[in-house]
Design a protein around this ligand. Structure first.
Ligand code: NAI
Length: 736
């Protein structure tokens, strides 16, 4: 059985706890282990007078039963003093029940300024003052529960209670926003509209009802809402006589009362009146984003959309009009960028000068300066963002309820290092996944010569937009891959920087979710999260390095599904499986073991598919093989040489334009190590690519190393300066 609801170690402040409902809450909290601040001004129910007796009686009752309580006699308008009492006596504040209240009922025309002001002060300003005083303490301890008290009179209105109704509905507004702002610090705020017999209600209720509607039929809800087990926040409950119900807003589907190129008229409103108020197929908005999404949709459909409303417009509410969505052709998007953007992107997805082979992505002066293939998402992302914020004809999308599900990138040629690219956006399909709709957004990008450079498919999941009777799958969808059941053929592990998201957002996706802790909290995250496409960039680098020798020309396509977010500073572990020209990959967060990118694959052009070990098919009779065998022997005999060189070189030896063999000379390992293949540990400090013949000539001194480099016969990646040590290695004049 689940544990009983207890409050041991928790400090609870109940305002207006000297009588009625507040008294019951205070007694019940104390009975279940809480230390309770019993606040009460001690006046009459109209807010006149003051005294200590009301609070003292309750404190004494708690203490007599062995509980912990202290009295506070201030008005709730002095919120700081109430919270101070909690801090001074119990060292903290965990729970507040803003319960204190008075009544000054008058029919509207007879409400005096005092009647109005006093009611606002006690109910609304009081709840504000007490909550504000506790807020920083709750934030600091990352825990807080606030229960605010409204009334049916506030929710529905009640004759003679205009002042009270206004204040009580004000409490609902206050609570809704506290629930949003408190999310990131685990501060939850809920509201109750109680009904119980008390001195306040005995003036309006018959005595039998006052007796029957006991405060103990309300108190258990308050205790549960105050407990750490309760996950709700921003919820409103009606409670009384042991019955509890939850309230929410409901709105009709509504009607667009205007059309393109015609002005809106009161007659149009009148003529649509029944439909405006028809709750058939109603909606349940829960946020300001929900509220405004329909209006954004209307703007788009009426003003920029087709003159005739689409078959299934916002007003019909029976799911998306897929044909209208597919026919949508937004204006092409231009994206101008420079080498700076390319390098910023490389940094954004974790490239570092610590790995010399990444200089080609970070230094415009690199001989083979190039663009990471995953940069293809950058020119396209603006098109995707526009679709999300401006919407799609025939669809009502709430930008707050969409998730980036999957990404597919195809490259038709290596991305230029600068220039202006033009992207054309289209909706490939809208799929019905039950819990939501998948929108497939295709974006084709062209260069200045109008030649295709790349293609993106953004797979966007619109939560709660499914069940419209549409197709579950589509031929247009670029499906994710299936990981083989065998152990991964290789893997790569890299820790992201704590500033990774801050850096990546400078590439264009400035969603505050990735930088602003409050915004991230609103999305239910403890911290700002890394962009999914940033993890995608990391994975791209990993696979490209292991299987494409960091050669951007080898990549044909990349696909991945965003399974879980990564937090900046966490470690991405990419597992890889080679399957012909396709390398399947899957990334997990090393710290949690959670898969963050699933179903991933990178397709390589047929000729370039390499293996992770980088040992190419062996070609016999190479001059270089003999030279390296000799170097291996010398390394054993000449410890001085090993010490002097103290570097790891990788040699990619080519024959007829293709890699014929790869050798590593590792002079960092004690005693030196010379072997075929890429370095067994870590990376080479310097990688040289040269043909077998030229290598032989260079070692024998026939070919000057510097000349070879200048003529492009020798390519060097990594630490160029180390190439000066080659003479030492070859015992020749191969100096550079
Ligand atoms: P009550 O009159 O029995 O208790 C209210 C307590 O608040 C009193 O002890 C009073 O001295 C104290 N108080 C008044 N002004 C204060 C101030 N400025 N600072 C500190 N303490 C102050 O009333 P009841 O019925 O227990 O009401 C509790 C709350 O529930 C109120 O907010 C009321 O508006 C709300 N409510 C009650 C309903 C009911 O059926 N009893 C119906 C709807 C709402």
């Amino acid at each position: 059985m689940a544990a009983p609801i207890r409050f041991d170690g928790k400090v609870v402040l109940v305002t207006g706890a000297g009588n009625g409902l507040g008294k019951q809450y205070a007694l019940d909290f104390a009975q279940r282990g809480a230390s309770v601040v019993v606040n009460d001004l001690g006046g009459n129910f109209k807010g006149e007078g003051s005294g200590t007796r009301a609070a003292d009686v309750v404190v004494n009752e708690i203490k007599a039963k062995g509980g912990k309580a202290v009295a506070n006699y201030n008005s709730v308008e002095e919120g700081e003093k109430l919270v101070q009492t909690a801090l001074e006596n119990f060292g903290k504040i965990d729970v507040i029940v803003n319960n204190a209240g008075i009544l000054r009922d008058r029919s509207f025309a007879r409400i005096s300024d005092t009647d109005w002001d006093l009611i606002q002060k006690v109910h609304l300003r009081g709840a504000f003052q007490v909550s504000r005083a506790a807020w920083p303490h709750m934030k600091k301890q990352n825990y807080g529960r606030i229960i605010n008290v409204t009334s049916a009179a506030g929710i529905y209105g009640n004759f003679g209670q205009a002042n009270y109704s206004a204040a009580k509905l004000g409490v609902v507004g206050l609570s809704n926003t506290l629930a949003i702002e408190g999310r990131k610090n685990n501060i939850k705020c809920n509201i109750i509209a109680p009904m119980a017999g008390s001195r306040m209600t005995e003036t309006v209720m018959p005595p039998e009802l006052v007796d029957a509607l006991k405060p103990e039929f309300v108190s258990p809800l308050v205790l549960f809402l105050a407990h750490e087990d309760c996950e709700d926040s921003g919820s409103l409950f009606e409670v009384g006589a042991g019955w509890i119900g939850k309230l929410r807003w409901e709105r009709t589907k509504g009607v667009v009362c205007r059309s393109k190129n015609t002005s809106m008229s009161p007659e149009a409103v009148r003529d649509n009146w029944d439909a405006i108020a028809d709750f058939t197929g109603s909606q349940i908005p829960t946020s300001t984003q929900d509220s405004s999404a329909i209006m954004m949709e209307t703007l788009r459909n009426v003003d920029s959309g087709p003159a005739k409303p689409s078959r299934r417009s916002a007003s019909s509410g029976s799911g998306p009009d897929i044909e209208a969505a597919k026919a949508y052709k937004p204006k092409p998007i231009k994206f101008t960028y420079s080498a700076r953007d390319v390098m910023l992107y490389a940094l954004g997805v974790g490239s570092s000068t610590r790995a010399p082979d990444y200089l080609k992505f970070l230094y415009e002066g690199s001989e083979d300066f190039g663009v990471l293939p995953s940069f293809a998402v950058i020119p396209a992302q603006m098109g995707m963002q526009n679709i999300v914020t401006e919407g799609i004809p025939g669809m009502t999308i709430n930008p707050a309820k969409i998730l980036h599900g999957e990404q597919y990138v195809e490259l038709y040629k290596p991305l230029p290092t600068s220039g202006t690219l033009t992207s054309q956006v289209s909706i490939a399909d809208v799929l019905d996944k039950g819990s939501g709709a998948v929108i497939l957004i295709n974006i084709t990008t062209f260069d200045e010569k109008k030649e295709k450079v790349c293609f993106n498919q953004f797979n966007i999941f619109a939560v709660g937009y499914g069940k419209f009777g549409g197709n579950r799958n589509s031929e247009a969808a670029k499906a994710p891959g299936k990981m083989p059941s065998r152990k991964p053929d290789s893997f790569m592990v890299e820790t992201t920087s704590v500033d990774q998201a801050a850096l990546y957002r400078l590439c264009g996706d400035r969603n505050p979710l990735h930088i602003d802790p409050s915004f991230a909290a609103m999305g239910g995250f403890d911290k700002p999260i890394l962009h999914g496409l940033c993890s995608f960039g990391h994975a791209t680098r990993h696979v490209l390095k292991k299987y494409g020798n960091n050669d951007v020309t080898t990549v044909k396509a990349i696909k991945a599904r965003f399974a879980k977010p990564v937090l900046p500073g966490q470690t991405i572990h990419t597992d890889m499986w080679k399957e012909g020209n396709r390398v399947m990959f899957q990334c997990k967060v090393a710290e949690s073991g959670d898969i963050c990118l699933s179903g991933g694959y990178m397709d390589f052009h047929a000729a370039s598919a390499a293996s992770a070990s980088a040992v190419p098919p062996q070609v016999s009779g190479l001059k270089s093989d003999m030279i390296f065998e000799e170097i291996g022997r010398r390394a054993k005999d000449e410890p001085g040489m090993v010490k002097k060189i103290n570097s790891v070189f990788q040699f990619n030896i080519t024959k007829d334009g293709k890699t014929a063999t790869v050798w590593t000379t590792d002079m960092k390992t004690p005693g030196g190590a010379v072997y075929k293949g890429s370095p067994k540990q870590g990376k080479a400090d310097c990688t040289l690519t040269i043909s077998d013949d030229n290598f032989g000539d260079m070692v024998s001194g026939k070919l000057n190393g510097q000349d070879a480099f200048m003529k492009g016969l020798l390519k060097i990646q990594g630490n160029l300066m180390l190439a000066q040590k080659l003479g030492e290695l070859f015992q020749s004049k191969a100096n550079l």
